[in-house]
Design a protein around this ligand. Structure first.
Ligand code: URA
Length: 237
């Protein structure tokens, strides 16, 4: 198995972050530093270490969903000592957030220690669907009608984001937005391009999983059906 895949499979981190660890010389195989993420290893016989700690294959992974509340940063540790989403979970779970939501965004956020699935859920090629409810300060200027086959324009560089946006009120200050990419602050950037600001952003679903039944800040483990759902969605390209 490829070294980066093995590390992700063991739940060390997402495959991309495992690549960085390997490039940084933090990974040893049978006592030797490996700096090539694609190096083939014999996972049944080799001893793999990250920062000196032996890595073992996990037979069971943990999958969690949270209804993220406002005021929590999506990061493992915040340098400014802000509250983080990790403060809402028991440390023993040892999971990491899948993607991120802004500090003021609410709604479903997944966590796992399954690095392989994490990689697939966040990689743009899998086009995992995210649904948002958006409240705007005022009506966007020149915003395209409902269906947007060509995509929605992002504010700065002329990038097109794949998705749709359906107005939910006459004034067009309340939208239901479906996106398939996962660019940083994409919903806010879309509407800024049309001269308005988002003042409330809630993610209704990620890869078909919703956390709307949970009170803000609450979490629970995914059901076997929900796990099967995210595995299926993340395999589709
Ligand atoms: N888009 C944003 O602008 N913010 C989020 O938190 C998620 C998507």
């Amino acid at each position: 198995m490829r070294l980066n895949k093995y590390l992700a499979h063991c739940g060390v981190d997402s495959r991309r972050n495992c690549d960085d660890m390997i490039f940084a010389g933090r990974v040893q195989v049978d006592g030797e530093v490996f700096t090539n993420p694609g190096a083939q290893i014999d996972e049944t016989a080799s001893e793999v270490r990250v920062d000196g700690d032996v890595i073992r294959l996990k037979s069971e992974f943990t999958y969690i969903k949270m209804n993220k509340p406002q005021g929590h940063v999506t990061t493992l540790r915040d340098p400014h000592n802000d509250k983080t989403v990790m403060d809402l979970l028991p440390r023993v779970l040892n999971v990491v957030p899948v993607g991120r939501l802004d500090k003021d965004t609410t709604g479903v956020l997944l966590f796992t220690d399954d690095g392989d699935l994490h990689y697939r859920l966040t990689h743009p090629k899998h086009e995992v669907e995210k649904e948002y409810e958006v409240l705007l300060r005022r009506t966007p200027e020149g915003f395209p009608e409902n269906d947007l086959p060509g995509g929605i324009m992002l504010e700065d560089n002329g990038d097109l984001v794949k998705g749709t946006a359906e107005p939910l009120n006459r004034k067009r200050t309340h939208y239901f937005v479906t996106l398939k990419e996962g660019k940083k602050r994409e919903v806010k950037r879309i509407f800024r391009h049309y001269n308005t600001l988002v003042y409330r952003l809630h993610r209704n679903s990620f890869a078909g999983i919703s956390a709307n039944e949970l009170a803000p800040g609450k979490w629970k483990k995914l059901t076997p059906q929900e796990i099967a759902q995210i595995q299926r969605v993340s395999r589709e390209t």
